[in-house]
Ligand binder design. Structure first.
Ligand code: SF4
Ligand code: SF4
Length: 335
C-alpha cells in the first residue's frame, strides 16, 4: 500500500541523517542517549558495505511518520522534528563520533561507561579492548560514506591519553580530509597535538572539571590530579583560539550542587584565562529519570541562573549541549 505522505505527518532527525557513532559495542546513528537505528551490533572489524549503511538509514526514515513511529526506536526522542519538503536524506555522514574504547585514567563517579570499564583506572596506553578504529576509518573514507569537506570528528572515549590509536587516528583524518575536530578528554595529560589543532583553529577541546578544589575533585574522579588539570588548562588557554577550550561543570547531586562551588569554579576559570564554560546536568541522572513524572531538584534552577549570571558578569561564554538546553528550557525555566 502506498502511504499518503501528503496528509500524513512525517518526522526528521538531523542526527540520523548526518551522524555515525562508533561505540565500543555497536556502530549506530546517534549518541542521543536513546538507542537509535544501529548499523552494526558488536562490531569486530567486519568489512564495510556502503549499501548496508544506506539501506538501514532509509528504512529508519521510512518509519518516521505518524503511522509507523510506534515501530521506530526513535519514538519519543527529543531530536525529532516535523519533516520539511527541503529535507533530503544524505548518502554521507558529516559527523563521526569516535568512542570505541572504554579505558580511562580516572574514574568519575558519574561515568556512563562504568559498567563496561568496571570502574577500572588504567594508566597504560593501549589498544581498545573492542576493535581498532583506524582500519574502519579507512574503509568509511574508501566507501565515500564521509563528507570530507564538512566532516567533524568528535573523539570521546574512555580517555584519549590511554588510547594508542589517538594520534594516528587524528593524522588519518587530517590526511583524508576533515573540517573540524571536537575532542573530549579528562585533561589529566597534556596533549601537544591538541594544542597544535587548537592553534590551527581545527578543534574544540572539552573537559569536565566539575569543581574548584583538589579535595572535591578527588571525590568525583577518584584520582589526585586536580593541579595537573589546572596546569594543562593554563597551557591550552594560551592558544589564540582558546575560546574553543570548553570547561564543563557537571552538576552531581550532593557533591557540587551548590552556589559556593559554582562561584569558585567560574572565578578560577576566569583567573586562568578560560573563556568558555559549560553548564551540564549529570547525563546518567537524565537518562534514568522521567522528568515528566519526577521533577528535578528545585535548587537546580537557581544553580543554572547563578551560573548564567556569573558568566555575564565575567564576560565568559556559556556553552550548553543541545540536550541540556532542552532540559533547562523545558524543565527548569518552563519555557
Ligand atoms: S530520533 Fe533520536 S534516537 Fe532516533 S536517530 Fe535521531 S537522535 Fe537518534
Ligand atoms: S573521564 Fe570520561 S571516560 Fe573517564 S571516567 Fe570520567 S566520564 Fe568516564
Amino acid at each position: 500500500m502506498i502511504k499518503s505522505y501528503l496528509i500524513m505527518k512525517r518526522f526528521f532527525c538531523e542526527e540520523l541523517n548526518n551522524v555515525i557513532s562508533c561505540f565500543h559495542d555497536r556502530i549506530m546513528s546517534c549518541c542521543s542517549g536513546q538507542i537509535g537505528p544501529v548499523y552494526f551490533e558488536a562490531y569486530k572489524g567486519q568489512k564495510i558495505d556502503k549499501n548496508l549503511f544506506l539501506d538501514i538509514k532509509h528504512k529508519a526514515f521510512d518509519l518516521l511518520n505518524e503511522e509507523d513511529i510506534e515501530n521506530s526506536p526513535c519514538k519519543g526522542c527529543f531530536f525529532l522534528r516535523e519533516r520539511k519538503e527541503t529535507d533530503i536524506i544524505s548518502d554521507k555522514f558529516n559527523l563521526i563520533n569516535v568512542s570505541h574504547w572504554t579505558q580511562c585514567n580516572c574514574g568519575c563517579i558519574y561515568c556512563a561507561r562504568m559498567l563496561d570499564s568496571k570502574g577500572k583506572i588504567s594508566q597504560k596506553t593501549e589498544k581498545s579492548g573492542y576493535y581498532d578504529f583506524l582500519p574502519l576509518l579507512k574503509q568509511l573514507y574508501k566507501n565515500e560514506l564521509l563528507d570530507r569537506e564538512n566532516l567533524t570528528a568528535c573523539i570521546q572515549g574512555g580517555d584519549i591519553s590511554v588510547l594508542k590509536e589517538f594520534e594516528p587516528v587524528v593524522k588519518e583524518f587530517l590526511k583524508q580530509g576533515i573540517n573540524h575536530f571536537y575532542i573530549l578528554s579528562n585533561n589529566i595529560k597534556y596533549q601537544p597535538i591538541v594544542k597544535k589543532l587548537l592553534d590551527l583553529n581545527k578543534t574544540h577541546f572539552t573537559t569536565a572539571l566539575d569543581c574548584a578544589n583538589a579535595e572535591l575533585y578527588y571525590k568525583l574522579k577518584r584520582v589526585d590530579k586536580f593541579n595537573d588539570c589546572i596546569n594543562n588548562l593554563k597551557k591550552y588557554a594560551k592558544s589564540p583560539n582558546s575560546i574553543n577550550v570548553i570547561v564543563r561543570y557537571i552538576i552531581i547531586e550532593h557533591f557540587n550542587d551548590n552556589i559556593e562551588e559554582i562561584t569558585n569554579f567560574i572565578n578560577l576559570m576566569h583567573d586562568i584565562g578560560i573563556k568558555t564554560v559549560e553548564f551540564m546536568i549529570d547525563n546518567k541522572y537524565l537518562l534514568f529519570t522521567d522528568l515528566d513524572k519526577t521533577p528535578m531538584p528545585k535548587h537546580y534552577k537557581e544553580l543554572y541562573l547563578h551560573f548564567e549570571q556569573l558568566c555575564k558578569e565575567k564576560n565568559m561564554n556559556l556553552h550548553l549541549w543541545d540536550k541540556t538546553r532542552y532540559v533547562v528550557d523545558k524543565y527548569l525555566l518552563n519555557k
